[in-house]
Design a binder for this molecule. Structure first.
Ligand code: ADP
Ligand code: GN1
Ligand code: MG
Length: 368
């Protein structure tokens, strides 16, 4: 992450109170550059904010993206208030610029945004307790439930075809055909793994196009570290990282959560014997998610939950491997072959899920 930004210029354009103490790199997202900014406010207390540079290589229309975030967070705030919750902690709160915009377009051409820092809560790279994962499921199910009457036509599509697994597969085939870095020869096993499962990449897309699965307002990036867990109660206090809120399938959110949280190891773990899809983690998340949605999912959605877990994991693996073939231009990497290591964990999970599929189905049945 480049730290060569002119923070004085950027920070001066946001409506912060008091004296700037420090700006530090923060978090471990793969996309945006995130910083924690600390101020001493007029009462002399330290107050933190999140400051993010939006990755405009990926999000091509940052103004539209911020319009989505403004609309969604305003809508959520009203809902949370009406339910007697705390809108300062239970959703993201934008800090506006001095000229009342939800982002700052800097002199170097970057787009910056800022949020109130949610204190007393944490994100985790790996799930530490079953209860946390149950609570994340509840929070994400509830998030979809709160947005169930959000006017979907208001949302801009921030990344077209984001979870169109068929299109992702086709992009992978293109990357493979181009083989820009001459890497394909060393990853034959991984390529074979993807090609063997190519047919499955159309299943959810087809069901959606045939009108069999309902389009909802979904988060689309429900990785466990996008849910803040309250330090005191262990509850999933806030769903963050709202860049990809778009019309989508509830199955995408469920599947991506299982992909990231039901693996007891890191997403980039090299020792694949540590990587698996843990059935108790799966069970806890499933129970929480179905409760959070207030059991509003249709039968066909419930039927496809285990498959969604597998296909979202395969999709992510395909994206990591495709990025590896393309020369690591999408996901931030921190070491050589990082995207290859990430793809391998995803494929190990897919394989594990294939072996545990009937058990996953039985768990879903138990809670639906
Ligand atoms: P990315 O899109 O790069 O994943 P995120 O929006 O998820 O970026 O932010 C990266 C990390 O910063 C999160 O995982 C979380 O730990 C932290 N974070 C983001 N927003 C907040 C917030 N409002 N309060 C506290 N921490 C936050
Ligand atoms: C990215 O931004 P972050 O780190 O929460 C990616 C997700 C992937 C995830 C894999 C906009 O999520 O789609 O599932 O990495 N986000 C985007 O870890 O592409
Ligand atoms: Mg994130």
């Amino acid at each position: 992450m480049s730290n060569n930004y002119n923070f004085e210029e950027i920070v001066n354009h946001f409506n912060y109170e008091g004296d700037l103490i420090k700006v530090e790199p923060y978090g471990s997202g793969h996309i945006n550059d995130t910083f924690a900014v600390t101020f001493n406010n007029y009462e002399g207390e330290a107050v933190r904010y999140i400051l993010q540079r939006i990755n405009t290589n990926i999000f091509k229309e940052p103004k539209k993206l911020m319009e989505n975030i403004e609309n969604v967070t305003r809508f959520l705030k009203n809902k949370i208030n009406a339910l007697g919750g705390n809108p300062h902690r239970e959703t993201l709160n934008l800090i506006y610029t001095v000229d009342h915009k939800p982002f700052y377009h800097s002199s170097s051409g970057d787009y910056w945004r800022s949020y109130v820092f949610i204190e007393g809560a944490k994100t985790y790279q790996v799930v530490e307790t079953l209860q946390h994962f149950y609570n994340a499921g509840k929070a994400l199910g509830n998030f979809e439930q709160l947005l169930s009457d959000f006017p979907a036509e208001k949302l801009h599509e921030t990344i077209p075809n984001f979870h169109n697994t068929k299109a992702r597969y086709e992009e992978f085939l293109k990357a493979l055909a181009e083989d820009k870095m001459n890497r394909a020869k060393d990853i034959k096993k991984e390529i074979e793994f993807v090609l063997e499962r190519g047919k499955e990449t159309t299943i959810l897309v087809d069901l959606l196009n045939e009108g069999k699965l309902p389009l909802r307002v979904t988060h689309n990036d429900t990785k466990f570290n996008n849910v803040m867990i309250d330090n005191e109660t262990g509850e999933g206090i806030c769903v963050i990282d709202l860049d990809t809120i778009m019309p989508g399938l509830s199955l995408y959110d469920f599947g991506d959560s299982i992909r990231s949280g039901a693996n007891p190891a890191e997403e980039d773990e090299r020792d694949l014997s540590k990587v698996s899809m843990d059935l108790s983690l799966f069970e806890h998340f499933t129970r929480g998610f179905l409760e959070g949605t207030k059991h509003s999912l249709r039968d066909i959605e419930i039927e496809y939950l285990p498959f969604a877990a597998k296909i979202m994991t395969l999709e992510c693996g395909i994206r990591f491997l495709g990025d590896y073939l393309n020369g690591d231009t999408y996901f931030k990497i921190h070491r050589e072959d990082h995207n290859l290591d990430r793809a391998r964990t995803q494929f190990k999970m897919v394989m594990d899920m294939e072996g545990k599929f009937s058990k996953m189905k039985a768990i879903v049945k138990k809670y639906s």
